[in-house]
Design a protein around this ligand. Structure first.
Ligand SMILES: [Zn+2]
Length: 75
């Protein structure tokens, strides 16, 4: 069973944790992948959170497509 983690998307094209770019949304990715379940390319330098944080306030705002796909993958 694949391992998942959450990876951040930022409001800037090449945004990353450095510089404090505003967080746009959290996406779910397979462990160490840079492409979200919804297909969005994320920066390898983006912040990550463990899968455990899904469904908690720390994971807001969360990508709706990734949420639906993640539930399907883990159902
Ligand atoms: Zn997504």
């Amino acid at each position: 069973m694949p391992v998942y983690e959450m990876r951040a998307e930022y409001d800037t094209e090449d945004g990353g944790p450095a510089g404090g770019s505003p967080l746009k949304a959290w996406h779910m990715v397979e462990d160490d992948a840079a492409t979200a379940l919804c297909g969005r390319e994320l920066s390898a330098a983006a912040a990550v959170q463990p899968e455990d944080a899904w469904g908690t306030p720390a994971a807001q705002p969360f990508c709706h497509s990734c949420g639906a796909l993640y539930l399907r993958h883990t159902a």
